[in-house]
Design a protein around this ligand. Structure first.
Ligand code: PGA
Length: 260
């Protein structure tokens, strides 16, 4: 899907839709809600558990919806038990892969080097990586947020072919604002803008203005239809990455149309 001039809503289902029944229920409600919704030119990117990707692609038939996975491995095939490759995702109709989510860093000990290898392989397959960067609560307390984001960008984008940088979507996702961590507040508009400017500046310095302006920068962390102004529209982000709110089809569609 061509994302130019579009705002993005990336739905990260995480390990939810926890049974065939739940997945069927979500799909049928989504299809109904989508039919009734107002038209949008924005892009919705659904990233269900990989085991359901094929079915999502086959059942959801909308010009504004694309599909992706929540992770992948850095090789295309071979003896890597339990892993899935970018080529597999692509062959099912996926165009995007979320990489570097903080939950994978926390529970699976993913490092920036691993995310760098995954990013290279995803780009080689012609898919777009959606790369998460952001500080955790302790780093925020120590006022290290911006430094952490720069470190992550430097390591994750190291050695990436500059001709492919514009295929990357960057997501500023302050770990402390993710709903699973029970945030007591959201980042302010200024905090989100500060992170966005830092990322833009990094891209301009590394790759020049022309490439930098084509890289989408979105926000993630407790985004929903009620706070979409604060987390996306006011700080002029290119979209949002939505976790918990994706589980309610009507809410997800409301988020997409509120970006019209
Ligand atoms: P949340 O999740 O919207 O539930 O905070 C966002 C994410 O972690 O991807």
């Amino acid at each position: 899907m061509n994302l130019e001039n579009k705002k993005l809503v990336v739905a990260n289902f995480k390990m939810n839709l926890a049974s065939k029944t739940e997945k069927d229920y979500w799909l049928s409600n989504f299809i109904k809600a989508e039919k009734k919704s107002e038209a949008t030119k924005n892009a919705l990117i659904l990233c269900p558990p990989a085991i359901f990707l094929d079915e999502f692609v086959k059942n959801i038939n909308s010009k504004t919806t694309s599909f992706g996975a929540q992770n992948c491995f850095w090789e295309d095939k071979g003896s890597f038990t339990g892993e899935i490759s970018p080529e597999m995702i692509k062959s099912l109709g996926g165009e995007f892969v979320i990489l570097g989510h903080s939950e994978r860093k926390r529970f699976l000990k993913e490092t920036n080097e691993m995310i760098n290898s995954k990013t290279k392989r995803v780009l080689k397959s012609g898919l777009s990586p959606i790369i998460c960067v952001g500080e955790n609560a302790e780093e925020k307390r120590n006022d290290q947020g911006l430094e952490i984001i720069l470190n992550q960008l430097n390591s994750i984008l190291e050695g990436i072919n500059r001709g492919l940088i514009n295929k990357i979507i960057l997501c500023y996702e302050p770990v402390w604002a993710i709903s699973a961590n029970k945030p007591d507040h959201l980042p302010t508009i200024n905090e989100i803008m500060g992170a966005k400017l830092l990322i833009k500046k990094f891209l301009v310095e590394e790759y020049g203005v022309n490439i930098a302006k084509r890289v989408k920068i979105i926000y993630g962390g407790s985004a929903d239809s009620k706070n979409i102004n604060q987390v996306c529209l006011e700080p002029e982000m290119d979209g949002v990455l939505v976790g918990k709110a994706s589980l309610i089809p009507n809410e997800l569609i409301k988020i997409v149309t509120s970006l019209n």
